[in-house]
Design a protein. Sequence first.
Length: 141
Amino acid sequence: MKKIKAAVVTVAAMAGLAVSITPAQAADICTAGGNGKYICKYGVTKHDLPNGEDEQYFVGTDYAVWTRWTTNGSWSRWTSMGKPDPYGKASAASPIKVTDTQTSNQFRTTVHLTNSNGAFVGKTRYDIGLDWQNWDFPNCC
């Protein structure tokens, strides 16, 4: 009888442990539109483009920066921008900020954040529709 009682107590304790761990773990990972999974504490950064389209950015569960955008109001799939370290050793460790610079002939967008090495890093696109440059250490923001 003591063995059965001990087994019941052990099972109950394990069930209580599982219940207490699961919500905390679930709170750390969130889901964005398009089934994108991201680190909740860094959130999703929304960005409006001057042509009326939208972009979103987040730190994924792999600690890389991910983005998606609209074209004629329809969202693209999430696309990885890679881990934010020019040397490939660090990962994202802060919310993402987006800055724009408008000149007479160009609309430059830069995403920037702090990586896990503590460095302030950024990635720039020199106009809408162009490819992103490599991660770098910007002198601004």
